[in-house]
Design a protein around this ligand. Structure first.
Ligand code: TMP
Length: 211
């Protein structure tokens, strides 16, 4: 019997250096091979407006952005993405694979930045029009390991957020781990220090269950 796929919203998130882009790409290959309709997007970005805002957010020269401005810029990207891409895709029954979402704002601006989870969630409710992921997969990696991977890959040309102190990134990781603890049914933690193929196998197992 043919399986009927309705739209599902899947977020791949976690600290920098966890391998989100690689794993999301492999997951996209998996869905393609099964002829499952999907779209692959990333935050911040994936819309014309969002990619412009991304350039401001990640530019290491803009050190003077206030934390609240930073939060609103991430939320502005998100609002545009929700209206322009996510809602229509879910309505048409596609799987939405999204690198990062509100969980990142909670970990980076809420927990590590100090704005607090409650504030970020409140603003997030408005920005996302209450659209929530069906599943969030957190690729968990120790801060030292994650930053080493990033420095190696980017030859030390880190973006504005990546270049923040080790302490900041440790709080980011703690923020993500807390999110997984709060909602273990919908937010799954995967050890991203394992080999790529093993991490992918674990992700696919979780995804196959949801779709
Ligand atoms: P990335 O797409 O290469 O992971 O870069 C995005 C950076 O932005 C990354 O360091 C995490 C950060 N970020 C936030 O601080 N808050 C957010 O809400 C999002 C989506 C990303």
């Amino acid at each position: 019997m043919k399986k009927k796929y309705c739209g599902k919203f899947i977020v791949i998130d976690g600290p920098d250096g966890g391998g989100k882009t690689t794993q999301t790409g492999l997951l996209a290959d998996h869905l393609s091979s099964k002829h499952i309709p999907f779209i692959k997007i990333r935050e911040p970005g994936s819309t014309r407006i969002g990619e412009k805002i991304r350039k401001i957010l990640l530019n290491p020269l803009f050190k003077d952005i206030s934390l609240m401005t930073e939060l609103f810029l991430y939320m502005a990207c998100r609002a545009q993405l929700v209206e322009e891409i996510i809602k229509p895709a879910l309505k048409s029954g596609r799987i939405v694979l999204c690198e990062r979402f509100l969980s990142s704002s909670i970990a980076y601006q809420g927990k590590a930045g100090g704005l607090g989870e409650k504030t970020v969630r409140q603003i997030g409710l408005v920005a996302t029009d209450r659209i929530k992921p069906d599943l969030t997969i957190i690729l968990d990696i120790s801060t030292a390991h994650g930053l080493t991977r990033i420095r190696h890959r980017k030859k030390n040309s880190l973006d504005r957020i990546e270049a923040r102190r080790l302490e900041f990134h440790k709080k980011v990781r703690a923020g993500f781990r807390k999110l997984a603890g709060q909602d273990p049914a919908k937010v799954k933690l995967i050890d991203a220090s394992e080999p790529v193929a093993l991490v992918q196998a674990r992700i696919r197992k979780l995804i196959d269950y949801v779709i």
